[in-house]
Write a protein that binds this ligand. Structure first.
Ligand SMILES: [Zn+2]
Length: 111
């Protein structure tokens, strides 16, 4: 099963389970990319080391909302670009100036 990207922009290679010391009821799904983002999830009292619990962590991570309001705003903004502006943005991304979303957010004045 694939792991969805982190809001930091990287795609984690692994999602670890951290017991939150709440009697085993809740744990955190923690990606190995940045340490800035984690998703809390219900463990159903599974052992944090078990494969079932790791699967729950992965599901929680992949199902987490990734700021859909901002995504919609970005999509709306992209649609207002003319082909030349869009090509410029795309070219800057491909030439390694930054992640597409980062460059777009800068253009939108959100970064
Ligand atoms: Zn990250």
């Amino acid at each position: 099963m694939t792991i969805k990207p982190c809001p930091c922009g990287k795609t984690p290679a692994e999602i670890a389970v951290y017991d939150l010391n709440q009697g085993g009821k809740w744990a955190a799904a923690v990606p190995d990319c940045c340490g800035e983002w984690m998703i809390e999830f219900r463990t159903n009292y599974l052992n944090a080391e078990s494969d079932e619990c790791k699967q729950l962590a992965l599901d929680a991570w992949n199902d987490a909302p990734r700021n859909p309001a901002l995504k919609a705003e970005m999509y709306d903004y992209i649609r207002t670009l003319n082909p030349r502006q869009f090509t410029d943005l795309w070219t800057r991304n491909v030439s390694g100036e930054g992640a597409f979303d980062e460059l777009l957010l800068k253009m939108m004045g959100k970064k």
